[in-house]
Design a protein around this ligand. Structure first.
Ligand SMILES: NC(=O)c1ccc[n+]([C@@H]2O[C@H](COP(=O)([O-])OP(=O)(O)OC[C@H]3O[C@@H](n4cnc5c(N)ncnc54)[C@H](OP(=O)(O)O)[C@@H]3O)[C@@H](O)[C@H]2O)c1
Length: 215
C-alpha cells in the first residue's frame, strides 16, 4: 500500500518553477494561503534534497492560523544524507523523516538522527516505491509533494502521483537551465503521463489547474 500523493506546484506561464540556482516567488498571496490550507489536510509534506539546500523551507503551516500539532510530517528524499544540520526542516516545529539510501555515510546518518527519524531504502538512490510503502506503514496515508523538478519526474516515473494542482503565475522566465515542473530524463513521446483536467479556477492574477493522473 502507498499513501495518496498530491503534487502541488507554482509555475510560470512557460513552465518554470525556479531559476537555475535559486527559488522565486511565482504565485500570489492568496495562492500561498491555499497551499497552507492544503498542508493542513495531509499527513506529510515531501520535497527533494536540492529544494532543502536551495530554499531552506520551513515546510510547516505558518501562513494561516494553525497549531504546531497540526503540522504534517516533513519528508526529505536525500540519498546521501546531505541535509544540512542547520536546515529549518530540522527545527522542533514538526516531525521530520529523512529517507536515505543504503549508500549514505553512517556518520552523517548518526548526526541527523539526533534531530529526525531516518528511513533507509535503495542502494545508491532512494527507492521511492519502497519509501512510500514504509511511510504508509508508519501511518502516513497522504502526502503533499512540493517538488522540485527532479523528484517530481521520478515520482511520475514510478507512477506514484495521484493528483496534480498547478498554480500558473503571470510571468515568463525562460532560460534553458531554469527548472521546469518536471525535469529528469523525460518520457518517450508514446509514454508521457496522461492527465484528466478536473477544474480551472482564477486566484487573483493566477490560474489554478487541478488534474487527476491517468496511468
Ligand atoms: N515553484 C515551486 O512550486 C517549487 C517547489 C519546490 C521546489 N522548487 C525549486 O526546485 C528546485 C530544486 O529542484 P531540483 O530538481 O534541483 O531538486 P529536488 O527535486 O528538490 O531534489 C532532487 C534530488 O533528490 C534526490 N533524490 C534521491 N532519490 C531520488 C529519486 N529516486 N529520484 C529523484 N531524486 C532523488 C537526488 O539527490 P541525491 O542523489 O543527493 O539524493 C536529487 O538530485 C529549487 O530551485 C526550488 O526552488 C520550486
Amino acid at each position: 500500500m502507498k499513501p495518496f500523493i498530491h503534487l502541488n506546484s507554482a509555475m510560470t506561464v512557460d513552465g518554470k518553477i525556479a531559476t537555475e540556482k535559486s527559488s522565486m516567488k511565482i504565485s500570489g498571496k492568496n495562492d500561498a494561503i491555499r497551499v497552507h490550507q492544503l498542508r493542513k489536510k495531509y499527513d506529510g509534506i515531501m520535497v527533494g534534497i536540492n529544494t532543502v539546500i536551495v530554499d531552506n523551507p520551513k515546510l510547516t503551516i505558518h501562513k494561516i492560523p494553525s497549531k504546531i500539532e497540526e503540522n504534517p510530517v516533513r519528508i526529505i528524499i536525500d540519498s546521501n544524507a546531505r541535509t544540512p544540520l542547520n536546515s529549518k526542516v530540522l527545527n522542533n516545529n514538526a516531525k521530520t523523516i529523512i529517507v536515505v539510501s543504503n549508500n549514505a555515510p553512517q556518520d552523517k546518518i548518526e548526526q541527523l538522527e539526533k534531530h529526525c527519524e531516518i528511513i533507509k531504502t535503495g542502494d545508491k538512490r532512494v527507492d521511492l516505491k519502497d519509501a512510500m510503502e514504509k511511510l504508509y506503514n508508519k501511518g502516513i496515508k497522504s502526502i503533499l509533494l512540493e517538488g522540485g523538478s527532479t523528484l517530481n519526474f521520478s515520482m511520475f516515473q514510478e507512477q506514484l502521483i495521484d493528483k496534480l494542482t498547478i498554480c500558473i503565475g503571470s510571468e515568463i522566465l525562460g532560460g534553458k537551465k531554469s527548472k521546469t515542473l518536471v525535469d529528469g530524463r523525460g518520457f518517450k513521446k508514446d509514454n508521457c503521463v496522461n492527465l484528466k483536467l478536473e477544474s480551472i479556477n482564477k486566484i487573483d492574477e493566477d490560474v489554478l489547474l487541478e488534474y487527476s493522473v491517468v496511468y
